[in-house]
Design a protein around this ligand. Structure first.
Ligand code: BJ8
Length: 431
């Protein structure tokens, strides 16, 4: 007990030294802890390996931050990113650590709306809220923050974020899958490599880049393995737990994360062998497609899985869109390896691309391979790219007789009752 108190006092000092607002931060941790308890720990039949992720979440602002600060004290740099277009391979090759900057909850909304219009998506508002509310230790310990020109909302909001953070680096991202777009992405990755080299004082060479690729590929392979196991009937793990693994992907030490996911997969294989499911075999299976769900955005998955259905896949950047492709590491020069990295990332089918037929095909393919009975398209209000694409996505799925429900929502809890009614009706239809 005393030990625990002493530890929490030490962490308070650590947070205060980072410039966090302790009162606001305590309030955030309390809400987060309560939400985790009610949503995650209330689940039944969880794989034992999820204990590791429960631990990670309980320490997400403490032990992991202490690890990052220890790394920094030893001379390593930390880079924060908002988008899966930022190549972790290059960051690792320069002996730095990449962390995702979460943006999954409303915070300091009144303050945020002094800087951004009200009709901005929750994800962007959240990223500002965490900064203005001084509650995100990842943001505060980042030596460089990478913003990317993806959607208009992000692109323009970074002009303002630049005033609030001293170390914002902007990466340009193409909007079309043309040879020119591919050339732009490669040029941007070379420019990013140079900026990271300047920050770290480490020159990236072919060996370090190959090593970086290997580490990130291993992470992705573990998550791909998890994804494959969810195809089983009955499904051996809940969608909420699988989402959590996909969320922790962005924070944890990569090697430790890979091991932990593989351990869960071993356990799931044994479950599948015994035909042991997390829900009854006839539970309707849902594919969720759309905007990314960053920690602690668990609202819709929680609604779905407490309404008689199970989520069997996420067509999302916090899910398959972010992890499905590997980077080829067979080349032997820095330029060729960057080429391979650009090839890998150019395949990401984010809705900011126009036209974007790959995403549509991928959703159809996922619905089939995941044995999904229906698709729920998740769009954040005011997110033009995903809300606009939701219409052709729904049409294409209906042409294949795959029932689809379109949900537009935000991070508030105001619409929970209404969403639950709609999801329950959809699940009834699937039954
Ligand atoms: S690669 S999905 S992580 S940009 S929800 S901020 S699109 S208005 S998040 Fe994304 Fe990279 Fe694409 Fe993935 Fe804009 Fe929409 Fe808000 Fe969004």
């Amino acid at each position: 007990m005393f030990q625990e108190k002493k530890m929490s006092e030490d962490y308070k000092e650590m947070w205060a030294n980072m410039g966090l607002d302790l009162e606001a931060h305590d309030a955030l941790l309390e809400v987060l802890g309560k939400g985790y308890q009610d949503i995650y720990l209330a689940q039944k039949n969880r794989p034992e390996g999820m204990g590791y992720f429960d631990f990670v979440m309980s320490e997400v602002h403490s032990l992991r931050i202490k690890e990052l600060l220890d790394e920094k004290a030893a001379g390593r740099k930390v880079i924060g990113a908002y988008c899966v277009f930022v190549p972790e391979e290059i960051v690792l090759a320069a002996n730095a650590t990449l962390v995702g900057l979460c943006s999954g909850a409303d915070f300091a909304t009144e303050e945020v709306e002094k800087f951004l219009p009200r009709n901005t998506c929750s994800l962007i508002k959240s990223s500002f809220g965490f900064k203005l509310g001084k509650v995100c230790p990842y943001l505060e310990c980042s030596d460089m923050i990478v913003g990317e020109n993806t959607c208009d909302g992000k692109k323009k909001s970074y002009e303002t974020l630049k005033i609030l953070v001293p170390n914002l680096y902007i990466m340009d991202i193409p909007q079309m899958k043309s040879p020119e777009g591919r050339a732009l992405l490669k040029a941007e990755y070379i420019r990013f490599k140079e900026a990271v080299e300047e920050l770290t004082g480490v020159t990236v060479d072919a060996d370090s880049l190959k090593k970086g690729i290997e580490i990130v590929n291993s992470k992705r392979k573990a998550v791909q393995r998890l994804m494959r196991l969810r195809k089983a009937i009955p499904v051996p793990i809940s969608g909420l737990d699988a989402l959590l693994a996909n969320q922790v992907f962005f924070y944890d030490n990569p090697a430790r994360f890979t091991d932990s996911v593989n351990k869960i997969c071993d356990e799931l294989e044994a479950r599948i062998e015994k035909k042991e499911g997390v829900f009854p075999e006839d539970t309707p299976r849902i594919l969720v497609s759309g905007c990314p769900m960053a920690v602690p955005n668990w609202k819709l998955p929680w609604i779905i899985e407490t309404s008689g259905a199970v989520i069997v896949g996420e067509e999302s950047c916090v899910g398959e869109r972010g992890t499905r492709n590997l980077t080829n590491d067979s080349a032997n020069t820095v330029d060729e390896l960057i080429e391979a990295i650009a090839d890998r990332y150019f395949n990401i089918d984010c809705a900011i691309f126009t036209p974007n037929p790959d995403r549509l095909n991928h959703i159809l393919e996922m619905a089939e391979t995941c044995n999904a009975d229906g698709v729920i398209h998740y769009g954040l209000q005011f997110c033009q790219p995903y809300l606009m694409e939701a219409i052709p996505v729904e049409k294409a799925l209906e042409e294949k007789n795959i029932p689809t429900l379109r949900i537009d929502t935000d991070y508030t809890m105001e619409d929970v009752g209404q969403l639950k009614t709609r999801v329950e009706a959809f699940v009834e239809l699937l039954k």
